[in-house]
Design a protein around this ligand. Structure first.
Ligand SMILES: [Zn+2]
Length: 288
């Protein structure tokens, strides 16, 4: 395990982890989907279900638009994920911070129950929920973020100043090496491109896995059959497309279920090759 850098000498918190499948409760606007990974429970907590704009798609041909998003939009969402293990509750991203507390409450958790927060990247729909009225929204949490993300984003440094002493920066590993184990059952993998330090997390328990892929995609309807299409939110569209293709190959070859922050409900599912499209894929949502 590579070296981890603790910002300011702080108390070392231990926290932990977990994916599979089960129920669904649901309020249409911010549904919760429950799944399992080995002995871990994983919840997709949605703050928003909506239709995305075609204007963010880079270099989508009119033929592709006609074929995959002919309605003029596509389903999208804003999700965070909560992993519950025998040792604690881990939040992956903090979302917009609008519905998160209510969503946690709906699964029996309060902000004080969150011992660990893993950050994929520093955009507002992923870190908006970290701070409330200038104080940590999750007072007992230790926050993990890649060094590359922490160093480029003034916004995340500002938000994380509320967590001083409880922030751990790390260098995620490569996909080919299955990333870096940052705690039992959780590996951090670099997926730079969407942002300079965008990190995805591979959850493993009892022989099962789930890859929480952050913002690897925004428009599943067209980015699965055409993963080379990036979006204007990607800071490096070429690099974002390259890692997207690499990850899609990895999860297809390894039959690893995936979870995405902008994948419409249920937000979790499996990827298969789309045999009708060269280098294309299909997303099969998990069943309720
Ligand atoms: Zn996002």
């Amino acid at each position: 395990m590579r070296q981890m850098l603790f910002l300011a000498a702080g108390v070392l918190f231990l926290a932990f982890f977990g994916v599979g499948k089960v129920c669904a409760a649901t309020d249409k606007a911010n549904p919760v989907f429950r799944s399992k990974v080995g002995t871990f429970e994983v919840y997709a907590l949605s703050e928003r279900q909506s239709e995305g704009s075609l204007s963010i798609l880079i270099d989508a041909s009119s033929r592709d638009i006609e074929k995959y998003v002919s309605s003029g939009s596509y389903p999208t969402a804003v999700n965070t994920f909560l992993v519950r293990t025998k040792d604690g509750a881990i939040l992956i991203d903090a979302g917009l911070g609008e519905k998160l507390e209510g969503n946690l409450k709906s699964i029996g958790l309060s902000p004080d129950d969150i011992g660990t927060i893993l950050i994929t990247h520093s955009h507002g729909d992923h870190i908006g929920g970290l701070v409330k009225n200038g104080s940590p929204a999750f007072p007992k949490a230790k926050v993990y973020i890649s060094k590359a993300e922490f160093s480029w984003s003034p916004q995340v440094r500002r938000s994380l100043s509320a967590y001083a002493g409880c922030v751990s920066q790390f260098d995620p590993g490569n996909l080919a090496d299955s990333g870096l184990e940052i705690m039992e059952g959780i590996r951090a993998i670099q997926a730079y491109g969407h942002t300079p330090g965008h990190t995805i997390f591979l959850i493993e328990s009892a022989g099962e896995r789930l890859l929480v892929w952050g913002d690897l995609t925004h428009a599943m309807a067209i980015q699965m059959p055409r993963p080379d299409i990036s979006v204007t939110y990607d800071s490096d569209p070429v690099r974002a497309a390259a890692i997207r293709k690499e990850v899609l190959k990895f999860v297809t070859d390894g039959k690893v279920p995936v979870a995405g922050m902008h994948v419409a409900y249920p937000a979790i599912g499996n990827i298969e090759r789309d045999l009708e499209v060269a280098e294309g894929y299909k997303f099969i949502p998990s069943a309720e």
